[in-house]
Design a protein around this ligand. Structure first.
Ligand code: DAH
Length: 356
């Protein structure tokens, strides 16, 4: 190696050793191998040499180029490894640190009510049932004795979806949890005792209506269930849920296509103070009735052998009443300030019959 090549090799080796980060390393690389780098200049100079000299010199310069390229890459690998090790050291997480209670999340009031309903009806022997949010028109309406053009359909402000394939029946976002009654009856023979809770949808939006909301459905079928069982079950539920052992409960004749007879259920409250269980006013809470024989038949159950009751209620509504929340909209706005105020500690599970 001629002197000038040896000098360049030594200088570059020193600069590489001194490069402590990837940026400096890149500057060294450009100064040597870049367009106007020192080694590149030597390569360009080869063109001016006579052929004999060019061959020998060319081999030496190219060998040096390879040597320097390899040295730069080796240094790059070493620096990258050091940078990664430094980052891993700095970002170490101590998984043995105990949880900080102040950073715990809270249970949303809707989830809390769902837990409470499940606890209360669970103690009465009801199991949980489920159905899809996207329902067939038949499960949501037809099987429940609400044929096409039935006026009850107009009340539901339904979100219709395109059929899954041409020629298939239309689908809807379920407007209530009642289709889960149908699915439960089709899935297994009676006796049946289920609660179904989940999201429901209607094209409606103001302080007391949200396009997505939650309902709780109940269905009990056996050989000899009567209106008396329905009443006892719902009175017990409402008194446990509102934690008021003497809560007044009233059953009022009503109409639903899927029950006969049908009843609306009211609780006593004071209209002026909003206090539940006091005063002489009535507040409508839920719908109920004896399952219509046509609904049983639609789901393949013999109405001469089996009978029972069903009910449905809005989960937001009973949550707002119990906790004195008067606007529905913040339920679904995910504002942490609202959640901190109305949320429940995950460490205090819903208890059955809280104060009863
Ligand atoms: N599905 C009804 C609604 O959304 C509520 C309802 C009423 C459900 C009576 C029932 C029932 O199961 O028996 O308005």
């Amino acid at each position: 190696m001629t002197d000038d090549l040896a000098t360049l090799a030594a200088a570059t080796a020193r600069e590489l050793a001194e490069a402590r980060d990837l940026r400096t390393l890149e500057e060294v690389r450009v100064a040597v191998l870049g367009k106007s780098g020192r080694l590149t200049a030597l390569l360009k100079a080869l063109g001016g040499l006579p052929p004999e000299a060019r061959r020998a010199r060319g081999a030496a310069v190219n060998a040096l180029k390879e040597q320097l390229t390899a040295a730069i890459e080796a240094r790059r690998a070493a620096l990258e490894e050091a940078a990664l090790a430094a980052r891993l050291g700095a970002e170490r997480v101590d998984v043995t640190l105990p949880a900080r209670p102040s950073a715990l999340g809270l249970i949303h009031p809707i989830s809390r009510t769902i837990e409470e309903i499940a606890a209360i009806f669970g103690a009465m022997g009801f199991a949980l049932a489920e159905g899809p949010d996207i329902e067939s028109d038949w499960h949501n309406f037809g099987a429940l004795n609400i044929p096409a053009h039935h006026p009850a359909r107009a009340d539901h402000d339904t979100f219709y979806l395109p059929a899954s394939a041409p020629g298939q029946p239309p689908r809807v976002l379920r407007t209530h949890t009642s289709p889960v009654q149908v699915r439960t009856m089709l899935a297994a023979p009676p006796p049946i005792r289920v609660i179904a809770m989940g999201r429901t949808y209607r094209a409606d939006h103001d302080a007391t209506h949200s396009p997505m909301f939650h309902q709780c459905e109940g269905l009990a079928l056996d050989r000899a269930l009567t209106l008396g069982h329905l009443k006892g079950c719902l009175i017990d539920f409402l008194r446990a849920y509102f934690a008021l052992p003497t809560l007044p409960v009233r059953f009022r004749a009503s109409y639903f296509p899927f029950t006969e007879p049908s009843m609306e259920v009211d609780i006593g409250w004071d209209r002026r103070s909003g206090e539940i269980g006091q005063g002489g006013d009535w507040l409508e809470i839920l719908g109920s009735g004896m399952v219509h024989p046509k609904v049983l038949a639609n789901a393949g159950i013999d109405p001469r052998e089996w009978q029972g009751f069903a009910f449905g209620m809005g989960i937001e509504r009973i949550t707002m009443l119990k906790h004195g929340i008067n606007d529905l909209r913040p339920f679904f706005e995910s504002d942490p300030r609202w959640l901190r105020h109305y949320g429940f500690s995950p460490l205090a599970p819903a208890l059955l019959h809280e104060r009863v």
